[in-house]
Ligand binder design. Structure first.
Ligand code: SF4
Ligand code: F3S
Ligand code: FES
Length: 238
């Protein structure tokens, strides 16, 4: 099959505004992934195309982009999911709401600033047990934050959220998911501090339950549900 890519290009060193570049590839297999095909565009047609990727297996979270209008990881999307027949058209753009550095690469610093703001690390509630072994936890307690441990910080959720587009100060769903992972961990002692941070004006209340974030998550985390649990914990306690 043949695939024509329409890719939003922008090089701030020479372009005054973004433009669309078109690239057609022959001999594409329906099971080829978008990332492989973007590599082909770069290696066979235009070496200046700039994108970010690392693992190529849906683990590192570095190749989030907007593919046919939806935030996805390029390494997880097969061409056959985007169309069938002899000729498929695919539109690719950078994720929205973060500054574009070049082509499909955006600046993640504002995203990581929000991540760092929610204390995304374990703060032990108790001293190390006398026997020097790990702090034990029941299976039920572990279950409370199991879903949010799966986050790979790809930003697909935050950059699909209209509240974040409207106000980049909103901490965003990814940071809330990361906070959730520690807030509901019975071994952690900083839940209230995180809840206080998230109760600030740029915290969870900027979420209007628009729900874009949940279907955008490549790890199938129930993002909106996690945000709802944090909202409830602010009102009623953990
Ligand atoms: Fe990506 Fe999902 Fe984590 Fe959001 S919650 S950053 S979409 S893995
Ligand atoms: Fe945004 Fe998700 Fe809330 S899309 S408004 S963070 S439910
Ligand atoms: Fe690592 Fe896609 S390249 S998640």
């Amino acid at each position: 099959m043949q695939v024509t890519f329409r890719i939003k290009r922008f090089n701030p060193e020479k372009d005054t505004k973004p433009y669309w570049g078109e690239y057609t590839l022959d001999h594409v297999d329906p099971t080829d992934r978008v990332l492989e095909l973007l590599h082909r565009v770069k290696w066979e047609q235009d070496g200046t195309l700039t994108l970010r990727r690392s693992c190529a297996h849906g683990v590192c979270g570095s190749d989030a982009m907007k593919i046919n209008g939806v935030n996805r990881l390029a390494c997880k999307v097969l061409v056959r999911a985007l169309g069938t027949g002899d000729h498929v058209k695919v539109q690719v753009e950078p994720i929205v709401g973060l500054p574009v550095i070049k082509d499909l690469v955006v600046d993640f610093e504002p995203f990581f600033d929000h991540y760092r703001a929610v204390m995304p690390y374990f703060v032990p509630a108790t001293a190390v047990p006398d026997d020097g072994r790990e702090r034990l936890q029941s299976q039920e307690d572990r279950e409370r934050f199991d879903d949010t441990t799966k986050c790979i910080l790809c930003a697909c959720c935050t950059t699909s959220c209209p509240s974040f587009w409207a106000n980049g100060k909103y901490v965003g769903p990814a940071a809330i998911v990361q906070a959730h992972r520690f807030i509901f961990d019975t071994r952690d002692g900083a839940a209230q501090e995180r809840l206080n941070i998230l109760a600030e004006p740029d915290g969870v209340w900027r979420c209007r339950t628009i729900f874009n974030c949940t279907p955008a998550c490549p790890r199938e985390i129930e993002v909106t549900r996690a945000i709802g649990e944090v909202k409830l914990a602010i009102q009623r306690g953990v």
